[in-house]
Design a protein around this ligand. Sequence first.
Ligand code: FMN
Length: 374
Amino acid sequence: MYFEDCVFLLVCISVIVYIYRLFKKKEPRSQSSQLICCDDFEQYARDHVPADLFGYIAGGTGKRLTIPANIEAFKKVQLMTKIFHPVINVDLRTMFLGRVADLPIGIAPSSARSVIWPDGERCVARAADDMKIVSILPMLGSASIESIAKSAPSAVHWLQIRLCKDNAHMSLIHRAEDAGFEAIVVSADGARGLRCKQHKFPTKLNTECPNFNYKSVTTVLDQLIEPCVSWHDLDDVISETKLPVVLKGVLNPDDAIEAVKHGVQGIIVSNHGGRILDGVPSSLEMLPEIKSAIGDDVDLYFDSGIRTGSDVFKALALGAKGVFIGRPVLYGLSYQGEEGIKKVFNILTEELRIAMIHTGCSSISKISPAVIRK
Ligand SMILES: Cc1cc2nc3c(=O)[nH]c(=O)nc-3n(C[C@H](O)[C@H](O)[C@H](O)COP(=O)(O)O)c2cc1C
């Protein structure tokens, strides 16, 4: 009798353990270890952000050929070390449109911030304020121009616009001027790219659009954005504002030359992170050509595909004066809001510092094509 009881008990325990193991939720990889690089933050977001939202952020248009191309391009560029060239302290400050920023890394415009984290738009601005870096507010962002300026008074704010029907963007430009923004970034994209199901715009992102009197982002996209834009429209923006105008989304060296002729003060070499037209070259591949086409005529900036501090270093070495980060900011935001963004930037900064030390560059201005292996 006693023996049978024991056997019964053992069987019960085994069944309970089996069922527990079967239904136990697998612990996300990113939760069990510290987050030490941008890829860890991406993994964290993959594990914790709703799948449709993560798909929209990480994804892009078409067959998504350009997204991996942006990442791969950095792998093909190699750095050359310089030994016995003692550098311990590095100066990371650089100039963005004549204004000193503490880091050569700024925040690219992106949507979804307040859906990822409560009050996410202002979290981004406050993180930029704390780090004394440039932050670009998207015109379709989830907080108004004025409230962003108020919540982060010492950050360097630039406003990103897309050209709208009936010049609806002009009133935003004037509001940005009044609120103390320091530049207008014109995104050079007209028609929207097509996306497959997993990467589509999720309905939860169709929030209010406080910079316009529109109830939803899709209404603005459908009714207000001008799909067919020309250099004349850019001229109108340049002549309307007293602020410097930066053109974002340039890949073609001829366009860069044209943009300089039209009077822009900065260019961001960018394919918008592979989110507009799929199958274009990576931004990094085009950077040296654009640099040699325009020289030092205007400030040259870069985005698309940066995931490490040595990526930042490579873009600077190939001609960029500063770089902007898109998705990793959102991944940091999903981790711990403002603090999460600062953690991502601390990692990028530390990695950049290490690259500078090993290549003998004590300041950002010392980073040149000479540090790249030919
Ligand atoms: C979710 C999301 C929304 C974006 N929205 C905009 C936008 O409204 N306007 C714009 O010019 N770029 C937008 N971008 C592109 C970024 O500004 C930037 O060019 C791109 O993310 C850089 O590539 P990276 O993510 O590899 O750093 C968006 C990017 C993401 C991830």
